[in-house]
Ligand binder design. Structure first.
Ligand code: NAD
Ligand code: DAU
Length: 349
């Protein structure tokens, strides 16, 4: 099988590429990535020389290039992760989100249809999406596959649009598709614009810990390697045309999670208990900040047998250990452009 993974140099993508390359030595795995600020080939060094792996630098917005690539390689399956993924960036600059997340997805669908239209058998287009398409929950309830879409940020509305276009290709042209909507991921190799690696890095350097609003927003955290496992399962055994919600069954208020990180870091850095928490600084809230996300992952558990690994505290500590042990990875990322981004996001808060 020839499988194209898009966005494989990013956070989740690199875990998916590594899993697929190692688990399926008889497949040919292609990783297509533009290498934006979020894409980093250093994430893939352990498989970069594998004989069943090929990296292609390219932009999914470039329709002619995508069409030619599909014509040339005749992929059997696509796992589509490439996206602009950070909500704060979508607020300060929505255009790139519309282009990559909507137009880029549409280009991939068109190119896949072109090469598969005469024989759809054994083909799979797996669109990797987010729980943010469902909007924001109050104190009660969960998102599931039947929840109505209600996206509120430029990021989530661009992902919701792409989900709709994927479904349209299924219903109109019969394209074999599956969609997954996952909750917040954490783990190694996450760009430090996202909550957990940003806090770990700031705690380490004794910098203020910027908690938005009152820190009461809730997210459902899933270990990235569990997400990669779920994507493998859905890609191979998901029912044609179906959606699967993926979550960690692991809700945390932001402020409680930041305190948990502070406490782990106090131990790791031999600081007195409570020392790192003194860095917590409440800053201006994110515009349109969704209050709570939580996933009911019963369908994927009952139908496909996937469940998250536990316990969270141990996996979170392992995540902290990874960032502490991979100082050069973090230093390479946080030099240059990241610094300018950080200043522009946080100086005004
Ligand atoms: P990321 O920002 O870490 O990585 C995105 C990757 O896509 C990068 O390697 C980047 O270079 C590449 N890319 C961006 N624009 C591109 C373009 N035009 N052409 C080709 N490549 C391009 O993102 P992530 O956190 O790994 O998320 C991956 C996917 O999973 C996204 O679709 C996201 O919406 C979804 N998702 C993420 C989370 C999460 O918690 N991070 C949760 C649920 C779903
Ligand atoms: O739910 C899935 C989504 O999770 C994915 O689709 C997105 O790609 C991913 O970025 C993530 O979105 P969030 O906005 O939930 O993640 P983020 O890490 O940016 O923020 C998590 C929470 O922490 C959110 O309530 C905002 C808050 N926050 C974030 C940052 C970066 C802070 O309080 N301070 C911060 O500095």
């Amino acid at each position: 099988m020839k499988v194209l993974i898009t966005g494989g140099a990013g956070f989740i993508g690199c875990h998916v590429v590594k899993l697929m390359v190692k688990k399926y030595p008889h497949y040919q795995i292609f990783n297509l990535d533009k290498l934006t600020y979020a894409g980093n080939l250093e994430n893939l060094t352990e498989i970069e020389n594998a004989s069943n792996y090929t990296f292609i630098k390219g932009d999914i917005i470039d329709k002619a290039f995508i069409r030619e690539l599909f014509q040339q390689e005749k992929f059997d399956g696509v796992m589509h992760l490439a996206a602009e993924s950070h909500v704060d960036r979508s607020i300060s600059g929505p255009d790139a989100f519309i282009e990559t997340n909507i137009i880029g997805t549409s280009n991939l669908l068109g190119a896949a249809l072109e090469i598969w239209k005469d024989n759809m058998s054994g083909k799979q287009f797996h669109h990797v999406s987010t729980d943010e398409v469902f909007g924001s929950l109050g104190a009660e309830g969960y998102f599931s596959e039947t929840t109505a879409y209600d996206p509120r940020s430029p990021y989530s509305s661009s992902k919701a649009s792409s989900d709709m276009i994927v479904r349209a290709y299924h219903h109109t042209y019969g394209l074999p598709i599956v969609i997954t909507n996952c909750s917040n991921n954490y783990g190694s190799h996450q760009f430090p614009e996202k909550l957990i690696p940003l806090m770990i890095n700031n705690i380490k350097h004794n910098k203020p810990l910027p908690v938005y609003g009152k820190g009461e927003n809730i997210r459902d955290w899933l270990w990235v390697e569990d997400h990669a496992r779920a994507l493998d399962v859905v890609f191979h055994t998901g029912k044609n045309g179906e959606t699967y919600c993926i979550g960690g069954n692991n809700e945390w208020k932001n402020i409680d999670l930041v305190h948990a990180l502070c406490s782990i870091m106090d131990r790791k850095l031999n600081r007195a208990e409570g020392e790192s928490a003194k860095l917590i600084t409440y800053v201006k809230d994110r515009a349109g900040h969704d209050m709570r996300y939580a996933i009911d992952a019963t369908k994927i558990k009952n139908e496909l047998g996937w469940e998250p690994t536990q316990p969270f505290e141990k996996l979170l500590e392992g995540t902290v250990d990874w960032y502490l042990a991979n100082e050069s990875w973090m230093n390479n990322i946080t030099s240059g452009q990241y610094q300018a981004y950080y200043e522009s996001q946080y100086e005004k808060r």
